[in-house]
Every structure is written in structure tokens, then in C-alpha cells.
Ligand binder design. Structure first.
Ligand code: SF4
Ligand code: SF4
Ligand code: FES
Length: 320
């Protein structure tokens, strides 16, 4: 165990624990965006920073290991100011309207002025952001806040990519690559403000290395990656979480025994997830468990069901 001080109180934490773990163990809340217990910390969002005595810069609590004698302040003026700036930068450039609710709570808690940099700049045309070369910069116009918005990528029947909502937390990259799937179909392309998540050579998902496990969708905190079924139902104004139930069951495809969470609405499965805290799957599934559920429901067999047409359309190849 190591002994440290957190916000003036003595705390004992297991050797090797991060400051985030030490704080959570004593009930001190630290906001996180790019952190997930099942993924390797990448330290990119910096919302979790705390102040450590005798350290020149603020440190990311999600990855900094607690050390004997550390004196940590989690809610100092400097910490609050830094978190406020992170939230203002994010909200000025990214569409956070479908992000986890807690982000909105943080905006209030840290007094972030999300309109500070003016109205959002005009959206990039399809493919324009993807075509930007490293080192490409242009001067700001001074009147608008530069945004990351671009047309939604709908290139398959399983999931869509709406990178106007992407905060570049890297969770999808970690889940696709080293931490879960080992597929490495997506990574960060570009540099600076032009950085974006991309397949190799910006290929459509179906032509890339993607195996459509959907593990990237499962970790995305902002709705940038979304089940095609959910996306189509939202577009048709039929997505209704109030009417949805979640039923836990076991995948029927193989002997691994992955746990599934079937999200149902109007007696239809509208998406499938897996519990993050399950020791077999850690929230991950393969394409069959996550998307192969059509055989249990005969869409169209209940004539008055208004969501059937939308769900059927979502499964058709793009353009049909
Ligand atoms: S669906 Fe799976 S393989 Fe495809 S990009 Fe997402 S994590 Fe990678
Ligand atoms: S697509 Fe989602 S998970 Fe991936 S970097 Fe963007 S916000 Fe994070
Ligand atoms: S949660 Fe620590 S840097 Fe993102």
C-alpha cells in the first residue's frame, strides 16, 4: 500500500493504483472521457487532470500512478479552470447533443461557457476533412468556432459513423486494436485540428479490415458510432428509450457464452450490447452476437408495428 493525501485527507491505496482509482476508492469523483476500465489509458482528453504538489503541470489522474507521500488536489481553482477549458473547446467544435448525460452536468459544474468562441463554422463537405494532409492549416476567420462536423458516413447496414460527434477519445481505436478486437481497422489520421478517426485510406468500412464486431460502437461516449437500426429510428423520430427494455441473455451462436443485452422496443430488438462488467466479454461481442438477431423476429408480421419498415430498411444494402 502507498499513503498519500487527497484533498487534505490521508488515503491508503494499493501499490500500482492510479490516482483515479485512489480517488474513487474514497468516493472522490473525477470526470473522465477517454478512460474506461477495460481499455488502456491513452491520456488524450485531459478532463481528469488533478494537481499534485511539486509537479509543474497538472497530471492525468486516469494514468498517473499514486506514489508514497503525494499531495493531490482534485478540485483546486487550477484544476477547475483546466476542466472548464477542455469542455469549452469540445463543445465549441463537436456536436455533444447525444453524448453521455454526465458531460452536460460537468458543463454546469465547471461553469463552461460553451458559446464562448462564437457560432460553429460551416460544415466540411463530404470527404474534405478526410483529404486534409498533415501540416495543412488555414487561418481562423475570427467570427466562428472551427468545427469537426462533416456529413455522416453511411456505408453499410450495421453501423454509421457520425464524426461531427467525435471527441477523439480514442476508445474505438483501442477497442478495435490492442485492447479487444486486434483488428486495427480504425486509427487516428491527420494531425492537430485535422486529426480524425479513419479507416486505412479512408476506405468504406466494408472494404476496410473491419469485421463488424461493433466493439467500437460499444465504447463510444458521444453517439459518433451508432447502430444503423438506432440511427434510422432516430431519423424517423421513432427511437424512444422510454419504451425500451433491456433483457440479459446468453448468445446462442457458440460455446463461449457471451452475455447479451437485448434492447427491445415495441416487441422488436433494436440493438444488442454486452455488459461492460462481465468477465467473459468485457462488453465485447462478435458480429454474430451483436448483429445476428434478425432470425428471432419476423419483421412485418405485426401489421400495425410502425418500426418494422424502418428496421427492414436499415438492413438493406446502402443505396437500395
Ligand atoms: S466494428 Fe470491430 S473491427 Fe470494425 S472498426 Fe469497429 S471495432 Fe474495428
Ligand atoms: S468515434 Fe467515438 S469512441 Fe471513437 S474517438 Fe470518436 S468519440 Fe471516441
Ligand atoms: S480520462 Fe484521463 S486523460 Fe482522459
Amino acid at each position: 500500500m502507498v499513503g498519500l493525501t487527497i484533498d487534505g485527507a490521508p488515503v491508503k491505496a494499493p501499490a500500482g493504483a492510479t490516482l483515479l482509482e485512489a480517488c474513487r476508492q474514497v468516493g472522490t469523483e473525477i470526470p473522465t472521457l477517454c478512460y474506461l476500465p477495460t481499455l488502456t489509458p491513452v491520456n488524450v482528453c485531459r478532463i481528469c487532470v488533478v494537481e499534485v504538489e511539486r509537479n509543474r503541470t497538472l497530471v492525468p489522474a486516469c494514468s498517473r500512478v499514486a506514489e508514497e507521500g503525494m499531495v493531490v488536489a482534485t478540485d483546486s481553482e487550477r484544476v477547475r479552470h483546466s476542466r472548464k477549458m477542455v469542455l469549452e473547446f469540445l463543445d465549441s467544435s463537436v456536436d455533444l447533443s447525444l453524448a453521455d448525460d454526465e458531460i452536460e452536468d460537468w458543463v454546469d459544474r465547471y461553469g463552461a461557457d460553451t458559446a464562448r468562441y462564437g457560432p460553429l463554422s460551416a460544415p466540411a463537405a463530404a470527404g474534405e476533412r478526410d483529404g486534409r494532409k498533415p501540416g495543412h492549416h488555414h487561418p481562423p476567420d475570427g467570427a466562428t468556432a472551427e468545427g469537426v462536423h462533416q456529413p455522416t458516413k453511411v456505408d453499410n447496414s450495421l453501423y454509421v459513423r457520425e464524426y461531427s460527434r467525435c471527441i477523439l477519445c480514442y476508445k474505438c481505436v483501442e477497442a478495435c486494436g490492442i485492447d479487444a478486437q486486434g483488428t486495427y481497422a480504425i486509427a487516428v489520421a491527420g494531425r492537430g485540428f485535422d486529426a480524425r478517426i479513419s479507416t486505412e485510406m479512408d476506405l468504406p468500412l466494408g472494404d476496410s479490415a473491419c469485421v463488424f464486431c461493433g466493439n467500437c460502437i460499444a465504447v463510444c461516449p458521444t453517439g459518433a458510432l451508432m447502430f444503423r437500426s438506432e440511427w434510422e429510428l432516430r431519423r424517423a423520430d421513432l427511437w424512444d428509450p422510454e419504451k425500451q427494455a433491456v433483457t440479459r441473455t446468453v448468445c446462442s451462436y457458440c460455446g463461449v457464452g457471451c452475455n447479451l443485452e437485448l434492447h427491445t422496443q415495441d416487441n422488436r430488438i433494436v440493438k444488442v450490447t454486452s455488459p461492460q462488467d462481465h468477465e467473459v466479454t468485457n462488453g465485447n461481442l462478435c458480429i454474430k452476437g451483436r448483429f445476428g438477431y434478425d432470425y428471432v423476429q419476423n419483421l412485418g408480421d405485426v401489421e400495425q408495428d410502425p418500426i418494422d419498415e424502418v428496421l427492414k430498411a436499415a438492413r438493406r444494402p446502402v443505396g437500395e
